[in-house]
Design a protein around this ligand. Structure first.
Ligand code: UD1
Length: 424
C-alpha cells in the first residue's frame, strides 16, 4: 500500500488543471446501456472508481475502451448478454446501483446486488427502488440482490415525489424514465451540476427532458435512444479542494477550467473566511485577501448549498483560521472521521453528533495519519501543506478513487509532496 508524504510550509504558486467530474462520469457511463449505438465521453477522469464502473459495464456485455488522450472513453452496448450486476463489483462502489434503472428500461429486467454499508453512514437505496416502482418496476429483494422486472415488459411513465433530495436516486429514476412509455414527473429532485450534465447527455442521445436545474423533472419517454459524444462537466469537488490549498498554505493558485457557478455557496463561505476569488478566462484564481483566514460557520446541504463532499477539506482549512467555527453536517451521519486524525496534528475539534466545533490554532504539526474515506484523505493532505514538519497519510487507495495525479498537481504549484511505497 502507498502513502503520501507532505513537508509543510511551502507557499503555493501556479496553476492546477481541474479534471472532469468523477460523480458525473459515474452516472454518464451507465447511460451507454440505454442505446445500441456508441456513447463516447470526453474529459473523463483517470480514477479507480471509473475503472470499477468500466469493469461492471463490461461484465454486462458492454464494450468500454481504456481511457485515451483527452479523457476519451468510448462505450458501446450493442450486445448486453448479462443482466446481473454481481456483488463482487457492486460492493466496491455504491454508484454501481446506477446500472439498475437503465438495464430495466432497456430490456425490462435486471438483477443488481445491494451495495451494502459504507464508511460515511448507512446510505440506503430505498429511494432508488421506490422511484423505479413508480415507473412500473416490480421488485423482489432476495439474498442481497434486487430482482427487478418491468410490468408488461416495459417501464411506463409515472409520478414520484422524493421525500428527501437524493442525487443517486434522481439519476437512477432519470436514466429509467427516458425509455419508459409515456410521461414521467419526478418531484423534489436533486439539482447538482452532475444531474444537469446527465440530462444534457441524455438529450444529445435523443431523450425528451425538461426542468433540469429545478426541483421537478418532466420526461417524455421515447422508444429508442441513439449514440452521442458528450464532454464530462468539470469536477467541482476537485476544484473546491484545490481552492482551499492556497488558503491553507499561503500563495496564489489558478484552477484551470473552474467556474464560480459550480460552487457559489462554497465561494461565498471561503470569502467570508477571508479568501479572494477571481473569475477569469482561464478559471478561478484564489488567495488570501489580506491577513490570516478567519472562522466561519458551515452547514452542508444539497446543491446549490455547501457540498458535503467539501466539508472535510473546509474543516482542514478552519483548523488554523482565527476564532471558532461550527460545521453542521446535514447529509450524512458519521462523516467526521477526519476529525480525530486532524486532532493528531494538533487541531482543536469537538464533535457532537452531526456538529463539529473547530477552534483555530496557530499551527498544525505533521504526524502519521490515516485516510478513512475519499474526502477525508485529501483533507489530511491539505492540512499537511501548512503543518510544521512531515505528514504521512497512509491508506491512500481511497484517494485514487477520486483525485487523479494529486502529487503531480500539488507539486506543480510548489508543494513538497511525494508518494512512497510502504514497507511490508
Ligand atoms: C452522491 C455523490 C456523493 C455525495 C452525495 C451528496 C456520487 C457517485 N456520489 O452520493 O459523493 O456525497 O451525492 O451530495 O454521485 N438516501 C436515502 N435513501 C436512498 C438514497 C439516499 O435515505 O435511497 C439518503 C442518504 O443516506 C443521504 C442522503 O439521502 O443521507 C443523500 O444521499 P444521496 O444524495 O443519494 O447521495 P449519493 O447519490 O449516494
Amino acid at each position: 500500500m502507498d502513502s503520501i508524504v507532505v513537508q509543510g510550509g511551502q507557499a503555493l504558486k501556479g496553476s492546477i488543471p481541474i479534471a472532469g467530474a468523477k460523480n458525473a462520469c459515474l452516472t454518464l457511463m451507465p447511460a451507454t446501456l440505454l442505446s445500441e449505438e456508441p456513447l463516447t465521453l470526453t474529459n473523463a477522469p483517470r480514477l479507480s472508481d471509473i475503472r470499477t464502473m468500466t469493469l461492471l459495464l463490461q461484465s454486462l456485455g458492454a464494450e468500454v475502451s481504456s481511457l485515451a488522450e483527452g479523457g476519451v472513453l468510448a462505450m458501446s452496448s450493442h450486445d448486453i448478454n448479462n443482466h446481473t450486476a454481481d456483488y463482487d463489483i457492486v460492493r466496491k462502489m455504491r454508484a454501481s446501483i446506477l446500472v439498475l434503472g437503465p438495464m430495466l428500461a432497456r430490456d425490462g429486467h435486471a438483477i443488481v446486488s445491494l451495495p451494502g454499508g459504507c464508511a460515511i453512514g448507512a446510505r440506503p437505496v430505498d429511494l432508488h427502488l421506490k422511484a423505479l416502482e413508480a415507473l412500473g418496476a416490480e421488485l423482489d429483494l432476495r439474498e442481497g440482490y434486487v430482482h427487478a422486472k418491468a410490468t408488461g415488459g416495459r417501464l411506463k411513465g409515472g409520478r414520484y415525489a422524493f421525500p428527501i433530495v437524493s442525487v443517486g436516486a434522481t439519476e437512477n429514476a432519470l436514466l429509467a424514465a427516458v425509455l419508459a412509455k409515456g410521461t414521467s414527473v419526478l418531484e423534489n429532485v436533486a439539482r447538482e451540476p452532475e444531474i444537469m450534465d446527465l440530462a444534457q447527455c441524455l438529450r444529445a442521445m435523443g431523450a425528451h427532458i425538461e426542468g433540469e436545474g429545478t426541483d421537478t423533472l418532466t420526461i417524455e419517454g421515447v422508444d429508442r435512444l441513439h449514440g452521442a459524444t458528450h464532454p464530462v462537466v468539470t469536477d467541482r469537488i476537485e476544484l473546491g479542494t484545490y481552492m482551499l490549498a492556497p488558503l491553507i498554505a499561503g500563495g496564489e493558485v489558478t484552477l484551470q477550467g473552474g467556474r464560480r457557478g459550480l460552487l457559489e455557496a462554497f465561494c461565498e463561505r471561503i470569502e467570508a473566511a477571508g479568501a479572494e476569488v477571481t473569475e477569469g478566462p482561464e478559471g478561478l484564481t484564489v488567495r488570501r485577501a489580506n491577513g490570516p483566514m478567519r472562522a466561519v460557520d458551515v452547514e452542508t446541504a444539497p446543491f446549490p448549498g455547501f457540498p458535503t463532499d467539501l466539508q472535510a477539506q473546509m474543516m482542514a482549512m478552519l483548523c488554523t483560521a482565527e476564532g471558532t467555527s461550527v460545521l453542521d453536517e446535514k447529509i450524512f451521519e458519521n462523516r467526521f472521521m477526519h476529525a480525530p486524525e486532524l486532532t493528531r496534528m494538533g487541531a482543536k475539534i469537538d464533535v457532537h453528533g452531526g456538529t463539529a466545533t473547530v477552534t483555530g490554532v496557530d499551527r498544525l504539526r505533521g504526524a502519521p495519519v490515516m485516510a478513512t474515506d475519499l474526502r477525508a484523505s485529501v483533507s489530511l493532505i491539505l492540512a499537511g501543506l501548512a503543518a510544521e514538519g512531515e505528514t504521512k497519510v497512509s491508506r491512500v487507495y481511497h484517494l485514487d478513487r477520486g483525485y487523479e495525479h494529486v502529487v503531480r498537481k500539488l507539486s506543480g504549484v510548489g508543494a513538497k509532496i511525494e508518494r512512497v511505497k510502504d514497507d511490508v
